[in-house]
Ligand binder design. Structure first.
Ligand SMILES: [Zn+2]
Length: 282
């Protein structure tokens, strides 16, 4: 196929990167376009937005390393599929929003991490957790490939957007649900709206009320921001309906309005969230 990117061409990308070059090989643009065509997540973008998204995805592929773990081969289609999803939240923010990390790694399946922590009494604890994604402060981003592959559906679940949202949040320090805001945005307005909505959401989860938003969002304010970011890009009408203040703030932060471009997804069409015991994203 003439528009497929051969491994030699990706070697060419490495070579361009070493030289600090910016030119995107036409074959890469063509491959990105082909992958983008099949993604419901990218429906409704204007020609300008789509062009910006493809270029940012290409820049990410040139600037970041994507590594397969456990002997998993990562082909060009996989790289493009990941890069397009990574680029969507930053489409109108540019490469500076991605400057905190250099590498994304892909596991062939959900992966196990071992967490160690100390409780208030000073006792050490250790537990294993199965994750589909994880964002480390200043990188890398870690993903389960099957979950990346299934993420571009409009179902409110997107592990790539989730971890990228954490990375944006961590541009000014550890993740806390309060990313650095743009000029003209008010920090106090942001904090008040998010804190109030978070507390309210935690109360509904505590009362066992099941809704469309993944209860994992009640874990802490950083997860609340990341999970709502996923929903903002996939099921924006539900976010706008149930969290109108947050929708307005997310629109200002991401400088996009997904509700204006995406089809409405009915709440009862959404799949129930996966069981919370064990599997999640970090
Ligand atoms: Zn998370």
């Amino acid at each position: 196929m003439t528009d497929a990117i051969s491994s030699q061409e990706f070697m060419l990308i490495d070579w361009i990167r070493r030289l600090g070059g910016k030119r995107m090989p036409p074959a890469l643009l063509s491959r990105l376009r082909e992958e983008a065509d099949g993604m419901p997540l990218l429906e409704g973008l204007s020609a300008d937005e789509r062009d910006r998204l493809l270029r940012l995805a290409g820049d990410l592929l040139l600037a970041k390393t994507i590594t397969g773990l456990e002997d998993m081969a990562v082909d060009d289609a996989m790289r493009c599929r990941l890069a397009l999803q990574m680029a969507l939240p930053g489409m109108n923010l540019g490469m500076r929003a991605y400057e905190n990390w250099r590498e994304a790694v892909l596991y062939p399946a959900p992966f196990v991490v071992r967490n160690r922590w100390q409780d208030g009494m000073g006792l050490a604890h250790e537990a294993e957790q199965v994750l589909i994604g994880q964002a480390h402060y200043q990188g890398p981003l870690v993903f389960s490939w099957p979950d990346v592959n299934e993420s571009p559906l409009l179902d409110g679940w997107n592990v790539v957007i989730h971890e990228v949202a954490h990375q944006f949040d961590m541009l000014d320090g550890p993740a806390n649900g309060a990313p650095p805001l743009h000029k003209g945005m008010n920090r106090q307005t942001w904090s008040q709206a998010w804190n109030q909505a978070y507390r309210q959401f935690c109360r509904t989860v505590d009362h066992g009320v099941e809704g469309w938003l993944d209860p994992y969002a009640s874990e802490n304010p950083a997860e609340f921001f990341a999970v709502l970011s996923e929903a903002f890009f996939e099921i924006p009408h539900l976010v706008a309906r149930d969290f109108p203040d947050l929708y307005g703030l997310l629109k200002l932060f991401y400088r996009q309005d997904p509700a204006a471009r995406l089809p409405r997804v009915a709440e009862d069409a959404l799949l129930p969230p996966p069981p919370p015991d064990g599997m999640g994203h970090g």
